[in-house]
Design a binder for this molecule. Structure first.
Ligand code: NOJ
Length: 575
């Protein structure tokens, strides 16, 4: 039985950067509501919102201080209800980010936990050690140790896999599991259609009294994933959680973020018999080639894609998962597609075609359909990230310049990928027509009066400032039938055909510079062929009876021969 989610086409909205409706420089829920006509025209069927709950914004909302309230910068609970109602009225589903591995240190549970070692909430978190000594050498994803001293001075430390202001919850405690189930129930009862389970693979930790093996004398913290990723208890604890949700909301989409899961684990997390997730997002899709300058530190150096590895990974995920794989090029945790890989407009089209017409659920990161690039942040301090500061210092120490290091970080870091949506004035008229309470007037007033980066996004100063690369705005592309935005409209329409939504996938044997696959459904067939290189490429395949549906770049066909120009791509189907 297929559900809406098997065939969903998801648009990922980073709410802070999508549309500001009140001029404070931060995108908000009313802003998203005013842009529903844009989403409808694009043709997506669901939106995923990055976190919108009350948060000190240490990690842009992934540090939740109250799971039951909307962050005031985003709006109110009434705004959220209005947004969900308006999305549903427009036929769009809504998926919220569910931050389950950790809270903010400002969450009342944590505040109580550090109040005294006898707190009833102490065991909601992971406290260990004594005399302020780290219980082990495990490293945090955000740099440094996973351990921070108990601010109350007990001599114990608490565990944080991410920022020190984001203490990990203790899922071994049944009360925590119940509390998080209550949170999920609350939001599903509000009518949302799915949850993206943030960092779920990390909820179980190994016994703490063990160090990751290191060379003698090396006491630097180490990312010790086997001790805190994909441990067996993750499935034990999440099965009742997911079963409970599905009992009441069988159609709810449970989309897990499984950053470091192998394809086999992803298959286990999504197998029907496991009764866990419907689909997972992996971070293992993209393999990089070696750095171009081995004399300088590697951390934030831009790298080319390894296309052969990419083809192998895609084919593996396509063949192995029974559940629909997620299909994406970018998200808020990585550099944008147009900055990272698609350096010319033809490639932006052919890569989108290649990815989203495979079997699975597309997740399109806001602005990708416009060819949006990373912002250029003005200086290393703007990243507020210790790993950036360390990288710049290392580059300088190795003889590189600050400018060189900054340019690299701007091309590779996640923060510049979160810039304001370049609306121009697109969608404002539609938004005004759709809006009953006058909030759209605030948007309309902004269009001409702001700097280019913020045009149409805010009347104020955007929360994230930086230089935006030149590129056509949504307004301009909306008037241009040759634009990338129009291409995405066509691509999404094609993806909705049953052949692409549910057909089988088969990789075709080609030169390593071409990625080509066939989709089949009953007596219909499609061929998707993309030239991954800047040199022309030729492909011989039986093409009789096939008609062209979508083209990127220059593609010519003579009999059963397809000639693909640089980075070109084509989709052909039988009638
Ligand atoms: C994964 C999210 O995508 C990322 O942005 C966040 O920093 C971590 N989880 C922690 O919540």
């Amino acid at each position: 039985m297929t559900t809406w989610s098997d065939q969903a086409i998801i648009y990922q909205i980073y709410p802070k950067s999508f549309q500001d409706s009140n001029g404070d420089g931060v995108g908000d829920l009313n802003g998203i509501r005013l842009r529903i006509p844009y989403l409808k025209a694009l043709g997506v069927t669901a939106v995923w919102l990055n976190p919108i709950f009350t948060s000190p914004q240490v990690d842009n909302g992934y540090d939740v201080a109250n799971y039951y309230a909307v962050d005031p910068q985003m709006g109110t609970m009434a705004d959220l209800e209005a947004l969900v109602a308006a999305l549903h009225a427009a036929g769009l589903r809504v998926i919220l980010d569910f931050v389950m591995n950790h809270t903010s240190d400002q969450h009342p549970w944590f505040q109580d936990a550090i109040h005294s070692a006898d707190s009833l909430y102490r065991d909601y978190y992971i406290f260990a050690g004594q005399n302020n000594r780290r219980p082990n050498n495990w490293g945090s994803f955000f740099g440094g140790s996973v351990w921070a001293e108990d601010p109350a001075g007990s001599g114990q430390s608490y565990f944080h896999l991410f920022d020190r202001r984001m203490p990990d919850l203790n899922w071994a405690n049944p009360e925590v599991r119940h509390a998080m189930q209550d949170v999920a129930d609350f939001w599903l009862a509000k009518g949302i259609d799915g949850l993206r389970l943030d960092a779920f693979i990390h909820i179980a930790k190994a016994p703490l009294e063990q160090d990751w093996p290191t060379a003698a004398g090396d006491d630097e913290p180490v990312i010790a994933e086997p001790f805190f990723a994909n441990r067996p208890q993750v499935q034990d604890w999440l099965q009742p959680f997911c079963q409970h949700i599905k009992a009441d909301y069988p159609d709810a989409l449970l989309l897990g973020e499984a950053a470091s899961a192998s394809v086999d684990l992803a298959a286990a997390y999504t197998a029907k018999s496991s009764q866990l997730m419907d689909s997972v997002v992996t971070f293992r899709y993209f393999t990089d080639r070696p750095v171009s300058n081995p004399q300088l530190p590697a951390a934030y150096q831009p790298r080319e894609m390894d296309w052969l590895a990419f083809k192998r990974v895609q084919a593996t995920w396509q063949q192995t998962l029974v559940a629909p794989p997620t299909l994406y090029w970018s998200n808020h945790d990585m550099a944008r597609l147009a900055t990272r890989v698609a350096h010319d407009p033809i490639q932006a089209r052919s890569l989108a075609m290649l990815m989203y017409l495979q079997r699975g659920i597309p997740i399109i990161y806001y602005g990708e359909e416009l060819g949006m690039q990373n912002l250029q942040l003005p200086d290393p301090a703007a990243f507020a990230d210790a790993t950036v500061t360390a990288f710049v210092a290392q580059v300088e120490a190795a003889g590189g310049t600050t400018e060189e290091a900054l340019a690299w970080v701007n091309r590779t870091h996640k923060l510049p990928a979160r810039g304001p949506m370049p609306w121009g004035d697109a969608g404002i008229a539609g938004a005004e027509a759709a809006d009953a309470d006058g909030a759209a007037a605030a948007i309309g007033a902004t269009a001409q009066s702001t700097a280019p980066v913020a045009a149409g996004f805010t009347t104020g100063t955007p929360w994230l400032t930086g230089r935006a690369a030149a590129g056509a705005t949504a307004a301009e592309q909306d008037q241009d039938p040759t634009s990338l935005l129009f291409f995405y409209h066509d691509l999404i329409a094609l993806k909705k055909q049953p052949l692409f939504a549910t057909g089988n996938y088969q990789l075709l044997s080609t030169a390593d510079t071409i990625y080509a696959y066939r989709r089949t459904l009953a007596d219909r067939q499609a061929l998707v062929a993309v030239n991954l290189s800047a040199a022309p490429a030729v492909l011989q395949l039986p093409l009789a009876g096939m008609a062209r549906q979508l083209t990127a770049g220059v593609v010519t066909r003579h009999g059963d021969t397809l000639k693909l120009g640089p980075h070109a791509g084509v989709v052909l189907t039988t009638r």
